[in-house]
Design a protein around this ligand. Structure first.
Ligand code: NI
Length: 190
């Protein structure tokens, strides 16, 4: 296990379309996943995609903690999501509804901004054990999955922003916003 260096916005690896993993059960994939989990925890992130650690493969790790899911409030289906490793994930929107929420990214350190995402999605992936998993997600869970899967297509959240006036330093946004919003900005760091 090792803590990996995180690429920052401007590094070309973050703008690449990552390659499919041909054998999700390969030992080197398992080793990459273990290092990504360690790196994500060390950086206090909610999620991490392999391109963020300079590996252009379709691999993502994430989790939604119970506290975080509860803080999201009233939305239906807001539940904690256990630590999940996704190989070759595919996201499909369900319905037309979209909503805007603040996001941050370990590759864009210190900043946060408002991004519109699908409210309700279905996603599928393969685990490092070779199992195929399909889930539905809403709210913050859906937001995290969309943010992470965007990394696999070379897309960073500022590229999705429609109002750059909402982009700011987390510290300043926290100072200006009510505590609930500040928590969201901090916790959405993925
Ligand atoms: Ni990110």
């Amino acid at each position: 296990m090792a803590i990996l260096k995180i690429a920052r916005m401007g590094h070309p690896v973050l703008r690449q379309v990552a390659a499919d993993v041909s054998d999700p059960t390969a030992p080197e994939v398992r080793a990459l996943v273990a290092d990504m989990i360690e790196t994500m925890h060390d950086a206090d992130g909610t999620g991490l995609a392999a391109p963020q650690v300079h590996v252009p493969l379709r691999v993502v790790v994430f989790l939604v903690e119970g506290e975080r899911a509860a803080a999201e409030g009233d939305a239906e289906g807001e539940e904690a999501v256990p630590l999940t490793a996704m190989i070759n994930p595919v996201v499909e929107p369900l319905g037309e509804a979209r909503s805007t929420g603040f996001e941050a990214c370990l590759s864009v350190p210190g900043l946060a901004g408002a991004v519109e995402r699908w409210d309700h999605i279905r996603y599928r992936f393969t685990t490092p054990d070779g199992e195929t998993v399909e889930r539905e997600a809403r709210g913050f869970h859906a937001r995290v999955v969309q943010h992470e899967c965007d990394h696999l297509d070379g897309v960073l959240y500022p590229m999705r922003m429609t109002d750059l006036a909402t982009l700011g330093w987390v510290e300043e946004l926290r100072r200006a916003a009510p505590p609930a919003a500040a928590d969201e900005q901090e916790a959405a760091d993925d």
